[in-house]
Each structure stands twice: as structure tokens, then as C-alpha cells.
Design a protein around this ligand. Structure first.
Ligand SMILES: [Zn+2]
Length: 242
């Protein structure tokens, strides 16, 4: 039996019986591609797990069969994908950006969001919640459960003035700290900013949680900043059971 890739889970999302999920990290098996990983570890066909061509936007799309995470496939552009079809899932690929997974306590729905500072500034999280509210009703927002996964956090993620300014305009400013010794440099915690955005969108704070560490200082997760790789990313996904 091959070793499993590293992954973390959110106890909150695990409490929703009709979905399962993982925030995957690095895979100790070299060369195992993401189709094999989904099949061997989670018994899922990659065709059933939708992903998008991520462009740091506030675009939220609903799953279509052609969105399956297969290599070489044409991808629709967007940064959040949701599904309400049993036997399908949605995922995002990240290195230091924050993956956010959302489910609902009553409705069988799953959403996955990719957000870097640009997506956070563009309001991708609030937009995702608005799209779900449009489909399931405003009252449904109070029973959404969401987790923000491994990403660049305050211990390591240094940003310049332009990024800091964009992030300062968002709720959760406490996640943005000035670094004393380097003028003009700030540190930001994308996980904290994502949680604040979820709360700002109307999801009760007790139904949101952080899952997993800072990618920049945790070698079990891919990090764009640490690895200087534009290709190594990890999948975070949420799947609605059949
Ligand atoms: Zn760190």
C-alpha cells in the first residue's frame, strides 16, 4: 500500500453527514498525479470533482459535468465553484492562497473558494455566500458551515503597501499586522481574513473554523513563496455523497 498524501480536515465540516472533504498537502509518492490521488485515497473519479481556471476574481460558478479535474481539459475561469448534485464535488488548487470549503447543515450543497489577497479584496467570499443565498434563501446563510484551510499566515506572509491597503479595507483588519523592523512591510494572515469575511457575509462565527497550518513554514504543504514553484499546488475539495 502506497503512503497517503498529507491532508488535514475540519471537524466542523466532518459534522455535516452528507459531505466529505480534505485539504490535501504534499504527496510523498513522487509522480502520483491528482487523478490517482483522488482514486487511491478517496475512491473518487477525478471527473466528478470540478475545478476552475483560477484568475483571482470574484466569479462564482455552479458545477457542470465538464468541470471535472482532468488533465488537459479546457477550464472555465472563476474562483469559486458550487454543486448540489449528489455524487459530485468541487475543489480548488492553492499554494499560499487560502482554500475555503463551505457546506450546509440542511441543504445538500458544497462550495469551494480560492482566495489570495486579490480575491479577498475583490470580495469572492461574500459573493459566494450571496450566490448560495440566492439559490437557497437568505435564511439559509445562518446554517452554512465553512472552514479556511492551509495558507500563508501571519507568521510568514509579508506584504507591501499596495496589498496591505487593499486588505485594510476588509473586515478582519486584526489579521493584518505592521512589522516593526521593516518599514512599508506588513504581515497578513489570509486564514484570519477569510474567517472574518465569512462572518461578515452572515455566517455565525461558531460555524467557521481554521483548518491547517501556514503553508510557508510547513513543509507538508506546497508553498509558492517557499518552493518558488508556480506549478506545485494542493487540492482542497468537498464532495456530496451519493
Ligand atoms: Zn508561517
Amino acid at each position: 500500500m502506497k503512503p497517503l498524501p498529507h491532508f488535514v480536515q475540519s471537524p466542523l465540516l466532518r459534522s455535516v453527514p452528507w459531505v466529505y472533504h480534505a485539504f490535501l498537502g504534499a504527496d510523498p509518492v513522487e509522480g502520483r498525479d491528482r487523478r490517482e490521488r483522488l482514486r487511491e485515497v478517496f475512491s473518487l473519479a477525478a471527473e466528478t470533482v470540478g475545478t476552475l481556471k483560477q484568475v483571482h476574481s470574484a466569479s462564482v460558478l455552479s458545477f457542470e459535468p465538464g468541470d471535472g479535474d482532468v488533465p488537459g481539459g479546457w477550464k472555465r475561469e472563476g474562483d469559486a465553484l458550487w454543486t448540489e448534485v449528489p455524487g459530485t464535488g468541487v475543489g480548488v488548487h492553492t499554494a499560499d492562497c487560502v482554500p475555503i470549503l463551505l457546506a450546509h447543515r440542511k441543504f445538500h450543497v458544497a462550495a469551494a473558494v480560492h482566495a489570495g489577497w486579490r480575491g479577498l479584496a475583490a470580495g469572492i467570499i461574500g459573493e459566494t455566500v450571496r450566490v448560495l443565498a440566492a439559490r437557497f434563501g437568505d435564511a439559509a446563510v445562518g446554517e452554512i458551515v465553512a472552514a479556511a484551510g492551509p495558507c500563508a499566515r501571519g507568521c510568514c506572509y509579508e506584504v507591501g503597501e499596495e496589498t496591505a491597503e487593499a486588505l485594510h479595507a476588509l473586515p478582519g483588519e486584526a489579521s493584518l499586522l505592521r512589522k516593526g523592523k521593516a518599514p512599508g512591510k506588513w504581515t497578513a494572515d489570509l486564514q484570519g481574513i477569510a474567517l472574518a469575511a465569512l462572518e461578515d457575509a452572515g455566517i455565525p462565527a461558531v460555524q467557521t473554523e481554521a483548518a491547517g497550518p501556514c503553508t510557508i513554514c510547513s513543509p507538508r504543504f506546497h508553498s509558492f513563496r517557499r518552493e518558488k514553484s508556480t506549478t506545485a499546488r494542493q487540492l482542497s475539495f468537498l464532495y456530496i455523497r451519493d
